[in-house]
Design a protein around this ligand. Structure first.
Ligand SMILES: *[C@@H]1O[C@H](CO)[C@@H](O)[C@H](O)[C@H]1NC(C)=O
Ligand SMILES: *[C@@H]1O[C@H](CO)[C@@H](O)[C@H](O)[C@H]1NC(C)=O
Length: 348
């Protein structure tokens, strides 16, 4: 070694340096920010302080994604804790079907990581409860809320996504049937414009209500269609997904390619969660399509967050282009999803 090292070490050194310190080490950024998210975790309630019930599903999803990306992470106990503490309320805690969809996707991810059947069972229970929201009011689709006041995009995209995810994990044909039925309705519901952007929902006469094109409504559908293409062995769903993804990138980014929702001067605690959901789902679409533009988008956004939207404790704020102002579990976990999304496509 002594003799060789003179020749080898400089080589090895430059190799290690160029490998270990790329300009943006998305994985290590995602790791630091995953740890920072635990700052808000309440061990006693199993949810995250200062944010809502569904936002905690996204925090849990982000930690589960991180665990999947880096098996040396330590989040399996957190997933288990949240799951057990709330084990009697999964289908009763919220009056909104979309909240059930977020948790179902979180537990499907936990099932993928652990293969522990209890997570999949709850996801199936949540799905069955969502299916009770199916309505013929607008010839199909599920209600947003158990009070039956609104038919919107997000609840229906999630219903599709959960069905499609369950289809390829249970191979129970009922899920594929539901996914196809939901998509056939959604596609013609009027919520997708001819520009391939998706508005918030339908009005009282079942027409597109023209409400805001939120980032998460352009996102959940992407992961849903990727899963549906897998479960049905039909790649044509990916063509539609690409059109929707590109329309969102064109519509919702600034001149530097950074994603925004329209309210960033004063978004409420729901909207502050949205953007990372788009990036998470776009990473799934990138994995299925290898469209280099998607990877570029994911990297641009992760870089901007790290550079412009972070404090000294690696907490991440609302506005990904910066400047950083403040963070809570919602803004943080949303941006964390974008860091994880970039890390998940790095080197692929
Ligand atoms: C969360 O809030 C509870 C109740 O206010 C408090 O006791 C706890 O210390 C907080 N935990 C964290 C991690 O902030
Ligand atoms: C489609 O895009 C065009 C051009 O940006 C815009 O004028 C039009 O309002 C959009 N249509 C819909 C239905 O969103």
């Amino acid at each position: 070694m002594a003799r060789l090292s003179k020749y080898l070490l400089p080589l090895l050194g430059s190799f290690v340096l160029s490998q270990a310190a790329p300009a943006y080490d998305y994985l290590s950024h995602a790791r630091s920010s995953s740890d920072a998210l635990m700052h808000w975790y309440n061990q006693g309630t199993g949810v995250f302080n200062g944010t809502g019930w569904w936002n905690s599903a996204e925090c849990i999803t982000a930690l589960a994604d991180m665990q999947g990306l880096d098996s040396t992470s330590n989040f399996l106990d957190t997933l288990q804790n949240t799951f057990e503490i709330n084990k009697n309320v999964w289908t009763t805690k919220s009056d909104f079907y979309d909240d059930e969809g977020w948790w179902a996707l979180a537990w499907i991810k936990a099932y993928d990581l652990t293969k522990d059947q209890k997570y999949l069972n709850v996801a199936e229970q949540l799905f069955d409860d969502m299916a009770k929201g199916w309505t013929t009011n607008c010839n199909g689709g599920i209600w947003w809320d158990k009070d039956k006041t609104y038919v919107n995009s997000i609840a229906n995209e999630l219903f599709l996504s959960v069905a499609a995810h369950l289809a390829s994990r249970t191979w129970n044909i009922k899920y594929l049937n539901w996914a196809v039925k939901e998509w056939q309705w959604f596609e013609k519901s009027g919520m997708i414009t001819k520009n391939n952007t998706i508005n918030d929902g339908l009005d009282g006469s079942c027409k597109n209500n023209g409400f805001t094109v939120w980032s998460y409504n352009q996102g959940v559908i992407l992961g849903a269609l990727v899963e549906l293409s897998k479960a049905s062995f039909d790649d044509s769903y990916l063509v539609t997904a690409r059109d929707i993804a590109w329309a969102a990138i064109e519509t919702l980014t600034d001149s530097n390619g950074v994603l925004h929702d329209s309210c960033e001067k004063g978004c409420g605690g729901d909207v502050s969660q949205f953007k990372g959901i788009f990036n998470r789902n776009l990473a799934q679409l990138y994995t299925a399509t290898s469209d280099p533009g998607f990877k570029n988008f994911l990297e641009t956004n992760a870089q901007s967050i790290w550079k412009n939207d972070r404090d000294s404790q690696n907490r991440l704020g609302l506005k990904w282009s910066g400047p950083y102002s403040k963070a809570d579990a919602s803004t943080h976990s949303s941006a964390l999803m974008a860091l994880i999304a970039a890390a998940s496509v790095q080197g692929s």
